[in-house]
Design a binder for this molecule. Structure first.
Ligand code: UD1
Ligand code: UDP
Length: 374
């Protein structure tokens, strides 16, 4: 084993796992790469669902999740625990993903130990630290630390270039979520939920962002509820995020609604395939904004801003904010105006060709050989 290619991968949440598992698979296919996988445990059940689908077993689980934990408490616990793993594994490089607390704190710990960091999904920006909160800060801070930056799109790499990052360390790779999609979508997929939807039009709903907790989330749910009351051919499926603060609002607004099904988080195969059967999607999720354009599904993004403008430019996504009347009006347009619907439903995919993971691994391999990190 060539010791210059000892790689530690660290992540903690569902979307990171979905987007990193294709990279782990591509790394395992290389004889000269030694891979260790550490999950922080920021998510528990929601992470395990993904690990089972991709058949990955972590070497380390730092178990940092606590109910309703504060960002500071998680930071302290993770910094302490990841430091132990770094000293034990002694990786030549650490791979982190995106904008989560797990990714940021791991990058920080690496920086303090002078371990090179490679950042997957680098360069996305709103330039507003409060939206998404705290993710915008996390992503910028990781890019300030990272040695290699894997930007999913040209737009993301342009952001990095404008910020003065050395372009020889910035690569446009596509987004690995498209690689994941190509392994999860099945043409003849069906399930009890799909049977429940029957001939109705399906609205798939996911909402979880911290900045939407409270009144904005209530507004979103009320808009959906009104539209469902006024249209008898609609069904809504909402896999509720396990954050208790989200669950509480969802239960309050949606109790006893026969055409709105609140369910546990779905495993990624079910979720992707149900997404593929949906008429439209309402979400504040980041990953779903990337997946939906690839599937040609119109998405109303219930946020005021997004770090993923590509799907909006392509026409599949629309930013509709968090006011009840506006969301209701946008839903009605998509439900009643066929032309408006078809305009958004056209399949365009700004996020790559499904080979981002292989590309990232090839770049990593070469970069480590050239640098011969010691
Ligand atoms: C985190 C990320 C966010 C990402 C989201 C994906 C940060 C700061 N935020 O936000 O960027 O979009 O994950 O879903 O990193 N919980 C469980 N079981 C689970 C997962 C969560 O019980 O498997 C509950 C816990 O009570 C936890 C709460 O959900 O305290 C919130 O989880 P947390 O990771 O703090 O924030 P997310 O909103 O999930
Ligand atoms: N997802 C899933 N099951 C669900 C809901 C979402 O597997 O019940 C997937 C979805 O396809 C996407 C990712 O989880 O790949 C998005 O996660 P989330 O919305 O929690 O986080 P974000 O992308 O906003 O960071």
């Amino acid at each position: 084993m060539n010791n210059s290619k000892k790689i530690l991968i660290v992540f903690g949440t569902r979307p990171e796992a979905i987007k990193m598992c294709p990279i782990i698979k591509a790394l395992r296919a290389k004889d000269d790469m030694e891979v260790s996988l550490c999950v922080t445990g920021q998510h528990d059940e929601m992470l395990n669902q993904v690990m089972e689908v991709f058949h990955e077993i972590p070497d380390y689980n730092l178990k940092i999740m606590r109910e309703c934990q504060s960002l500071s408490d998680m930071t302290v616990l993770l910094l302490e625990r990841i430091n132990v793993v770094l000293s034990e594994v002694k990786p030549k490089i650490v791979l982190v993903h995106g904008d989560t607390l797990s990714a940021f704190v791991t990058a920080l710990a690496c920086f303090y130990r002078k371990i090179p960091v490679a950042h997957v999904e680098a360069g996305l920006r709103t330039y507003d630290n409060m939206a998404p909160y705290p993710e915008e800060f996390n992503r910028q801070a990781i890019d300030a630390i990272a040695w290699l930056m894997f930007a999913p799109t040209k737009l993301a790499s342009d952001n990095l270039e404008r910020e003065g990052k050395e372009t020889k360390y910035v690569y446009v790779t596509g987004n690995t979520v498209i690689d994941a999609l190509s392994t999860t979508i099945c043409k003849d997929y069906t399930s009890k939920l799909i049977e429940w939807v029957g001939d109705s039009r399906l609205i798939l709903l996911t909402v979880h962002r911290r900045e939407n907790l409270g009144q904005p989330m209530e507004n979103i749910f009320r808009a959906i509820k009104k539209v469902v009351h006024e249209n008898n051919d609609l069904k809504v499926i909402y896999p509720v995020h396990l954050n208790p603060a989200v669950k509480q609002i969802a239960d309050e607004v949606f109790h006893d609604e026969e055409n709105i099904k609140l369910i546990e988080p779905m495993d990624v195969i079910d979720f992707h395939n149900i997404m593929n059967k949906a008429y439209l999607i309402v979400t504040d999720s980041g990953g779903i904004q990337e997946e939906a354009p690839a599937l040609g599904k119109p998405v109303l993004v219930v946020r005021d801003t997004t770090e993923r403008p590509e799907g909006i430019e392509a026409g599949t996504l629309k930013l509709v904010g968090v006011k009840e009347e506006k969301i209701k009006a946008e839903l009605e347009t998509l439900l009643n105006d066929r032309q408006a619907y078809l305009k958004m439903a056209k399949a365009v995919n700004p996020y790559g060709d499904g080979h981002a993971a292989e590309r990232i691994v090839d770049i990593l391999e070469k970069a480590l050989e050239e640098k011969n990190v010691s």
